[in-house]
Design a protein around this ligand. Structure first.
Ligand SMILES: Cc1ncc(COP(=O)(O)O)c(C=O)c1O
Length: 402
């Protein structure tokens, strides 16, 4: 059977999937490869889901989400994020941030449209753009300035085909947080070149140093900014799949609604009630999660340079929950000499997985500019982090220096 029309064949699968498959063959692994928190869902969300089942809230719903949930989300966007014009009508509830981004990319992009994304970036950003016929164009983030942009470099990447700036702060995988000044610069560029902005704020509640500024809260910017959020990280609801976008423009919103309808009809009713419970309940858990993540960050960073005998280095990130660590090439070459694998980060990731049972993701999977780095997630439990550090130490102690 000949398969024709293979445009989906151009869409890459993230290397994270290759790593996940590798991890299944590792006994007693340390899963620092996964971008998942070890916390439990807040009790208010659990109770709301249980109640929804008991009350048989199990039927078809409005495509864009339960009105009560959209009201709560709009209130949060106004009060917490500072988007004063946010209205429940603007909200589309999706199966997590990844689905929200899929809907937006399908709605906004025409074949050949270019989207400037950070390099490194969360791999589904590029994947979703390619799936919609668009072309992701990576703009380097620089470690020396806290994984932020050089804006002259960003502006030079703009062509007549550029349509969107995809911005992600705090950034996965680097943990870099853009400043208010950075966002103002991006806003000025978007206005000057008449571009849309997709502001992916998945880690909005995981900022340790500095502040999180919501892109669409900047004066006059909401009408060209699609604000994208998720319950995954803020409320530890990764497996429940709940996210949302706010789109003020009615034409774009109608298009995204079509994609939402044809891809899911409506997000699972019980999960939406869980979202209502999370938003209506106490928000203390959000601060508790952040505080615990800060301590895990410090635990990991205080030990990792020593445990790796200098193979890995980096400064603690300002946000998100990833350690994006530079690999010392000379030391790494002594540990796992260059082989058939041309990528340093893949070679060292495989070595760490097979020899120390530590899951991690090669930096190059996030973009060419991520080559030479590994991503470790420090949102895992303290026991898992400590176990991973001990395993690293047992493997590397004294080795690279010899
Ligand atoms: C930058 C970024 N955006 C969005 C998401 C979407 O998360 P979810 O689909 O679980 O809501 C993630 C998840 O890892 C992410 O890292």
């Amino acid at each position: 059977m000949v398969i024709v029309g293979a445009s989906l064949d151009r869409v890459p699968f993230s290397g994270i999937i290759r790593i996940r498959d590798m991890m299944y063959s590792v006994p007693n692994p340390f899963r620092l490869d996964q971008g998942d928190v070890s916390f439990d869902v807040p009790a208010t969300a659990k109770a709301a889901m249980t109640r929804a089942i008991e009350e048989n809230q199990t039927h078809y719903l409005q495509t864009t989400g339960i009105p009560r949930l959209r009201n709560l989300i709009a209130a949060r966007l106004r009060e917490r994020n500072g988007i004063v014009e946010a209205d429940p009508e603007h909200i589309l509830v999706a199966n997590g941030g990844i689905h929200a981004l899929y809907c937006v990319c399908q709605a906004i992009l025409e074949p050949g449209d270019e989207v400037i994304i950070p390099d490194p970036a969360w791999p589904p950003a590029a994947g979703n753009i390619v799936a919609a016929g668009g072309v992701p164009v990576g703009c380097p983030l620089h470690e020396s300035i806290g994984w932020r942009y050089d804006f002259d470099e960003l502006e030079r990447l703009i062509t007549p085909r550029t349509r969107v700036l995809y911005v992600n702060s705090p950034n996965n995988p680097t943990g870099g947080v853009l400043t208010r000044g950075d966002l103002e610069r991006i806003a000025a560029i978007a206005r000057a070149h008449d571009l849309w902005i997709i502001a992916d704020e998945a880690y909005e509640d995981v900022v340790f140093d500095g502040e999180h500024v919501t892109m669409a809260s900047l004066p006059g910017l909401y009408d060209r900014t699609i604000s994208l959020h998720t319950f995954s990280k803020t409320y530890a609801m990764t497996g429940l799949r709940l996210g949302y976008v706010a789109i003020q423009n009615p034409v774009l919103r109608e298009r995204a609604k079509k994609v939402l309808f044809y891809s899911t009809s409506n997000v699972a009713s019980v999960v939406q009630y869980g979202g209502i419970g999370a938003l209506e309940g106490s928000q203390a858990c959000v601060d508790e999660f952040r505080q615990e993540l800060r301590e895990r960050r410090d635990l990991f960073y205080n030990a990792v340079a020593g445990a790796s005998s200098g193979v890995f280095s980096g400064r603690p990130p300002a946000g998100a929950f990833y350690a994006f660590l530079r690999i010392d090439r000379r030391l790494a070459d002594q540990l796992c000499p260059p082989s058939g694998e041309p990528s340093l980060s893949w070679r060292v990731a495989e070595y760490m997985i097979k020899s120390a049972r530590i899951g991690c993701v090669p930096g190059v999977d996030f973009g060419a500019n991520g080559e030479g780095y590994l991503r470790f997630c420090f949102a895992r439990s303290r026991a898992e982090l400590t176990g991973a550090l001990e395993s690293m130490k047992a493997l590397l102690a004294g080795k690279p220096a010899s």
